[in-house]
Design a protein. Structure first.
Length: 67
């Protein structure tokens, strides 16, 4: 199974800005899942991204990187 944006980002394999490319790929695909599921985000992360900003999402993810 293909690894999600979140997993790759937390592993330090991609930059956060890649989220735009992943979002675009989802929009162009036939995926049945939501964008959040496609990216591997949980409800809290999705809410921060939608309600606040990409920066809020980045902060949440960055906290997980150092766990």
């Amino acid at each position: 199974m293909e690894r999600k944006f979140k997993e790759l980002y937390l592993a330090g394999e991609i930059e956060f800005e890649e989220i735009d490319e992943y979002s675009y790929q989802w929009g162009m695909s036939d995926e049945e899942c939501t964008l959040a599921q496609y990216l591997g985000l949980n409800a809290e992360e999705e809410d921060a991204w939608v309600s606040d900003s990409e920066e809020a999402l980045r902060e949440l993810l960055d906290k997980q990187k150092f766990v």
